[in-house]
Design a protein around this ligand. Structure first.
Ligand code: ATP
Ligand code: MG
Ligand code: MG
Length: 548
């Protein structure tokens, strides 16, 4: 393998392979199907998939569906779709619930080996006996139950003889351990609940800390990569795989979660925004769920790049949202066509251009990528231009249209402002110019220069479309939360406007994106567009303060 700087996870894996601990590398992504995936999950997916690919190993997708209360079938399909869209090729999907039988057997083995026991303590007593960070725990009164009695009780738990919460199965480890997770953790609980996969077959369910290492081990996972909050659970993870007895137990390695500055990523916060109607669903383009990013116009490549730039670390930190924007800008720059579109239109009339005349300009679709070819753009006496490209009284250094000033209409002609009209409210409705027929193509044969170049669309065939301009949902200055704990929502995070675009853009398909010159990258919204009537959402503006 090429020697490049290796992140700490790769260094550990290199070592394991060198020492012969494993012969292959098998990773997994284990989402709980209780919500949509977000940009943080994308990091985990691409990290795990990337490692498997790099070492010629396998990458499993496994739904961690051991908790029947929170899980929903609809999320399974959404998650699968997101992982596929990101380009991570997985084995599976597997379902943790399909291992319930084997998990039960593993628990029985622990009981047989004297390493697990049934406890009658209720939740409150359990807390009391557990101790605290500074105080050791106390042994459970049922800790010394005989193996026979434990086997019998556990079987009867399974058979539904006891009520929820009346008994649990605990691992027999060490009530005095400095690590509270090791103080005889609960590994099975009674819950008479319907499970979306196994139905009413089970009324006992394994706890996460018991189930997860087993799932990994059953699938032959070698490196179980998870986020830092599980570091304290690693001794228990190891205890489970050792004591259940696997020849090549998986190894847990933790890395820091991805946090985005001033962006909500947690499932429960997004759920609240959806429920409160602040956003129009889990895929609202202002969110950073993977579905939202896809709808916003992000590409898998841009997310891949973002994850690579962020790197892998053991220390928690927060990444600037601007870096994500940098990545999509960078990806789309040469990939998509640069089209003419006016976001905030005002009429431009060329007084000396013959009425009824239409001409065509051949415009390259992307000057930085010849492969994208060129297109014909029509031009006539009346055009739409951006309102901000005209000023009655320009400030210094304003080089666009104002009375007496000459500018270039992109690719077309030089035009000089000769007047304007306003409505009764003082709002400019029309700007009048004259054009120089000699400047066709955008240059004057006499060598005369203009300082401003503006874009335009031909009013006679332009199409009016809805455009949606997004800003951060959260007010950057003030942070994510208010003092009272409520979320600090930016009231201007969505601006809906009616703009004009070249007629070709009316055929844009869902997810198709373009650069609207001088305005940013826009995508045909997959939820709101109709055939022949696209709605364009702004992916990202063109400018940024972010530098790599
Ligand atoms: P959340 O609380 O944000 O919903 P989660 O941890 O509950 O996330 P899971 O479905 O359990 O979501 O996560 C599946 C995998 O994704 C886990 O391995 C988890 O460590 C990883 N993951 C979740 N959030 C992030 C993040 N912000 N950065 C990196 N990996 C993450
Ligand atoms: Mg979780
Ligand atoms: Mg969660």
């Amino acid at each position: 393998r090429e020697v490049v700087s290796r992140n700490f996870i790769e260094q550990e894996i290199d070592k394991d392979l060198k020492e012969g601990k494993y012969e292959e590398v098998v990773t997994r992504f284990p989402p709980e199907p209780n919500g949509y995936l977000h940009i943080g999950h994308a990091k985990s997916i691409l990290l795990n998939y990337g490692i498997a690919k790099e070492y010629g190993g396998r990458f499993n997708m496994r739904f961690d569906d051991t908790n029947p209360t929170k899980e929903k079938g609809e999320f399974v399909d959404a998650i699968k779709r997101d992982v596929e869209w990101l380009g991570a090729k997985f084995d599976g999907p597997y379902f943790a619930s399909n291992y319930f039988e084997k998990m039960y057997e593993a628990a029985v083995k622990l009981i047989r080996d004297g390493k697990a026991y049934v406890s009658d303590l209720n939740a409150e007593e359990m807390r009391e006996y557990r101790g605290t960070l500074t105080e050791p725990g106390k042994d459970d009164p049922n800790r010394d139950r005989s193996i026979e009695e434990n086997l019998d009780l556990f079987e009867r738990m399974k058979n539904g003889e006891f009520e929820d919460g009346s008994k649990v199965l605990r691992a027999k480890i060490d009530m005095k351990s400095a690590n509270i997770n090791m103080r005889d953790p609960i590994i099975y609980r009674i819950a008479h609940l319907h499970h979306q996969n196994t139905g009413d077959k089970w009324c006992i369910y394994p706890m996460y800390d018991f189930a997860h290492p087993l799932e990994d081990a059953f699938e032959g996972i070698t490196h179980s990569i998870c986020t830092l909050e599980f570091e304290d659970h690693r001794p228990l993870y190891n205890w489970v795989v050792e004591n259940v007895g696997f020849a090549h137990p998986p190894r847990q390695i933790e890395f820091a979660k991805l946090y985005l500055t001033n962006v909500v990523t947690g499932k429960r916060y997004i759920k609240k925004l959806v429920e409160d109607g602040v956003v129009d669903g889990w895929d609202d383009p202002r969110l950073v769920s993977i579905a939202a990013l896809r709808r916003r116009g992000y590409t898998p490549e841009s997310i891949q790049k973002f994850v690579e730039l962020g790197g892998i670390s053991k220390a928690n930190s927060s990444t600037d949202y601007a870096m994500l924007e940098f990545c999509i800008r960078d990806d789309l720059k040469t990939k998509v066509s640069r089209m003419y579109a006016v976001v905030d239109p005002v009429k431009l009339v060329i007084d000396n251009y013959p009425e009824g005349q239409v001409e065509e300009f051949d415009v390259p679709n992307n000057p930085e990528n010849e492969e994208l070819g060129s297109r014909k753009v029509t031009f006539s006496r009346e055009l739409w231009i951006e309102r901000e490209d005209f000023m009655e009284e320009p400030p210094k250094k304003y080089f666009r249209l104002f009375p007496g000033n000459e500018v270039r209409l992109m690719q077309a002609y030089f035009v000089k402002c000769v007047g304007y009209e306003k409505d009764e409210n003082g709002k400019v409705t029309t700007v009048h110019v004259t054009y120089d027929p000699e400047s066709r193509g955008g240059n004057s044969p006499d060598g005369r220069k203009v300082k401003g170049t503006i874009h335009w669309v031909n009013a006679s065939d332009a199409r009016q479309v809805e455009m949606r301009l997004y800003e951060n949902l959260i007010d950057e200055e003030k942070g994510v939360y208010n003092e009272d704990g409520s979320m600090n929502i930016n009231p201007d995070s969505l601006k809906v406007v009616q703009g004009y675009v070249e007629p070709a853009l009316a055929e844009a398909k869902a997810y198709e994106s373009f650069q609207f010159v001088r305005n940013g990258f826009f995508v045909a919204d997959c939820k709101l567009s109709r055939p022949g009537q696209p709605v364009f959402g702004r992916v990202v503006s063109l400018k940024s303060s972010f530098k790599l």
